[in-house]
Design a protein around this ligand. Structure first.
Ligand SMILES: [Zn+2]
Ligand SMILES: [Zn+2]
Length: 127
């Protein structure tokens, strides 16, 4: 904290200023603390999805989004590797049967009915 008289930085629990010897009272300490920015409450942001087809609601948070994105990237790179080593031997149309489809959760689809008509809202929870 700061000394109320000379403004020097002193220990939070100091009883007097070591520079100007002013006695630090509890009121001084409270005043100083009240001036400090209060830490903001932790927030958790989630995406709330509501299916317009069947009314199903579900949530995902940003980590799901990122994870899903990462998995999608994996699929792309796998495909590229397979395409580059197989296309010498097979016609391109064949490849779609050969490439195993990795299961990627489609965050833009209802997990219940598969509808793409989804309403998205961001919900903020205070922890
Ligand atoms: Zn002082
Ligand atoms: Zn649905």
């Amino acid at each position: 904290m700061h000394c109320p008289k000379c403004g020097s930085i002193i220990k939070d629990k100091a009883e007097s200023c070591k520079f100007c010897k002013t006695t630090i009272t509890a009121a001084d300490r409270e005043k100083e603390l009240s001036l400090r920015p209060t830490p903001r409450p932790k927030e958790l942001k989630e995406i709330k999805n509501t299916c317009q087809g069947c009314g199903h609601t579900w949530f995902y948070d940003r980590s799901d989004q990122l994870k899903n994105f990462g998995e999608k990237m994996d699929v792309v790179s796998d495909d590229l590797v397979k395409t580059s080593c197989c296309c010498l031997f097979f016609p391109l149309g064949f490849l779609t049967f050969l490439i195993p489809k990795k299961k990627v959760i489609d965050l833009n689809r209802c997990p219940k009915c598969g509808s793409k008509a989804i309403k998205k809202e961001t919900v903020t929870h205070n922890i």
